[in-house]
Ligand binder design. Structure first.
Ligand SMILES: [Zn+2]
Length: 128
């Protein structure tokens, strides 16, 4: 079962003196969920490979089908290896003092460098 966890972090500005608390939200997966996620990714790639084989465009027919056939196990393995994925970070920007929600990449982990969506100031997200 997927569990949404929240960790308290520091949101630091360009100068280390400027910092605010934030909440880093991530979803953790147990082994059964990781296996299901891996099977979905693998099967989607192979279904798309079969559909690519059914096209009548020669380049798409050969290259896309071969690429998707190879990508299936790779995507499945990478999905199975990921214990958790990052959702977002909420907190207060240390530069402009406004509430912010930062969208981050699922594979990101702390520390993260990003920019404030309101004022554009560089932010450093670190664990407490
Ligand atoms: Zn800001």
């Amino acid at each position: 079962m997927a569990i949404v966890e929240q960790k308290h972090i520091w949101i630091k500005g360009n100068e280390d003196a400027l910092q605010e608390q934030g909440v880093f939200s991530l979803t953790s997966y147990d082994p059964r969920d990781r296996l299901i996620r891996a099977a979905k990714a693998w099967s989607i790639c192979w279904v798309l490979a079969v559909l690519a084989l059914a096209t009548f465009i020669p380049v798409v027919h050969l290259l896309a089908a071969a690429g998707l056939f190879i990508a299936g196990p790779i995507m499945g393995y990478s999905r199975y290896r990921s214990l958790s994925i990052a959702n977002d970070v909420t907190g207060v920007c240390p530069s402009c003092r406004k509430d912010i929600t930062l969208k981050i990449q699922p594979e990101d982990s702390l520390p993260i460098w990003t920019y404030c969506p309101v004022c554009g100031a560089p932010l450093h997200l670190v664990a407490k």
